[in-house]
Design a protein around this ligand. Structure first.
Ligand code: AMP
Ligand code: GLY
Length: 423
């Protein structure tokens, strides 16, 4: 098979690395790619927001499957255009991609299908928003509609902060309604399933670390590290999530004539009243994908093809017993402003450690040098028999990478490690 992978982050490097190992693969292309992806794929200069150009490329190169990594091309309708042109695609079409693109779309779907989620109101009125906050107090959560790269959500711990945030979320969401919801107390976990119509193939769980600094301090980021599986996500919780959240969602979208096809990212809060949906994303998580791919025993391309073809009922997937952890090596200043272009040395030394794979997220190549080129720059990933072992390998590997302008959290995996110590 000829495959075109769209995207340029650490998630897409992990996908490229796993696709490159597929016995079904003839040739992997990637656009826009990155220097890590270039080791597994041929990078092509293709403007991926030009759907006609993507279609023309797919026809010319006889692409059997287009794999879309990030959400933006999906909410822009790339999958719709590819399907209309007869090109197979892994990733949902525009309307089901609204699960990620619009908070109020997802909250309504939850309300109509009894899906456990935080109690909420949606409103277009700043007055009504303020009145709701006055009545319910804090903590409380405000969410702007649309894609805001993780910055559209404000978790206000006191009432004054919540009232101040009202203008901010209305400004972000344009004319769309703002969602104000109950604060959920618990431990967060994410869960991934391949979905086609009403067919669901459960994958695995992971736990991200969203705050920039150790001890979950500082501003929210796209994610500073992750591990899989998440011990908080037990078999019982998994069954409950499948029956109460994932299947009703797949059914509702199918009944509406807008079936989902692709990977569904289920963001959960595990509360004392059971799992509740925080959000859906219509793609793999970044950096969660980087810990799922090394654990997947079966062939990713076979599974992605089965998803696109609606053959998930005949599919199964096996996972290694080992756990995986990834530590994000980020640029000083991230998630604020930072400087790109500093040289990074020693990636090959890190890769030489048993169980370690370094995925590129924000790098560029200059001759034989690798330079930083973004906020989240490398994802140092390790397998191990326990989170404790995987973490030791990952931090040993990151210590071999010479990049003085970088920083990382030193406590990735702390919740799982506390659990391992308590055993
Ligand atoms: P989202 O963009 O929906 O993923 O929200 C970003 C982050 O805000 C989540 O990962 C949670 O940590 C937090 N969050 C969102 N909604 C809630 C909620 N209802 N209660 C507590 N925390 C929340
Ligand atoms: N790591 C969080 C996300 O991909 O949305």
């Amino acid at each position: 098979m000829n495959v075109l992978l769209i995207g340029s982050g650490g998630r897409e490097h992990a996908l490229a690395w796993k696709l490159a190992a597929s016995p079904l693969l003839t040739k992997l292309y990637a656009a826009p790619g990155n220097p890590g992806i270039a080791e597994d794929a041929e990078i092509v200069a293709l403007k991926t927001d030009n759907h006609a150009a993507v279609i023309a490329f797919a026809k010319e190169k006889k692409i059997d499957l287009v794999v879309v990594g990030p959400e933006a091309p999906l909410t822009a309708g790339l999958a719709d255009d590819l399907i209309a042109a007869g090109v197979k695609v892994f990733g949902p079409q525009k309307i089901p991609a609204t699960l990620e693109g619009s908070k109020s779309f997802t909250k309504r779907l939850c309300a109509e299908n009894n899906i456990p989620t935080a109690a909420f109101i949606e409103t277009k009125s700043r007055e009504a928003a303020r009145a709701h906050i006055e009545k319910h107090g804090a903590p409380i959560v405000l969410k702007a509609d649309g894609l805001h790269a993780g910055k559209g959500v404000i978790v206000a711990m006191d009432k004054a902060e919540a009232l101040l945030a009202v203008d901010q979320v209305f400004a972000m969401g344009g004319n769309a309604p703002v969602v104000i919801e109950e604060f959920l107390d618990g431990e967060e976990a994410s869960y991934f399933c391949f979905v086609h119509g009403e067919q669901v193939l459960p994958l695995a769980s992971a736990q991200d670390h969203k705050r920039v600094f150790d001890n979950d301090q500082g501003p929210n980021t796209g994610g500073m590290g992750a591990y899989s599986p998440a011990p908080v996500f037990t078999k019982e919780i998994e069954q409950e999530v499948l029956e109460k959240i994932v299947r009703p969602t797949a059914r509702a979208l199918s009944k509406a004539g807008t079936p989902y096809s692709g990977v569904l990212y289920i963001g959960l809060m595990i509360t004392k009243d059971g799992p509740k949906l925080i959000e859906y994303n219509v793609r793999f998580g970044d950096p969660e994908c980087q810990v799922l791919m090394p654990r997947m025993k079966d062939d990713l391309l076979t599974l992605m093809l089965a998803t696109a073809n609606g053959e998930l009922d005949k599919s199964s997937v096996r996972w290694r017993d080992e756990v995986a952890i990834t530590v994000v090596f980020a640029n000083q200043g991230y998630p604020g402003s930072y400087k790109s272009g500093a040289e990074i040395r020693g990636i090959e030394k890190a890769n030489a450690i048993e169980g370690v794979t370094v995925f590129h997220a924000g790098t560029k190549r200059d001759g034989d040098k690798i330079l930083s080129n973004g906020g989240r720059v490398l994802n140092v990933t390790a397998l191990g028999k326990s989170v404790t072992e995987a973490r030791e390998r990952a931090y040993r590997a990151i210590g071999l990478i010479d990049w003085p302008q970088g920083f990382y959290r030193s406590d990735i995996g702390w919740r799982a490690i506390e659990r391992e110590k308590a055993r």
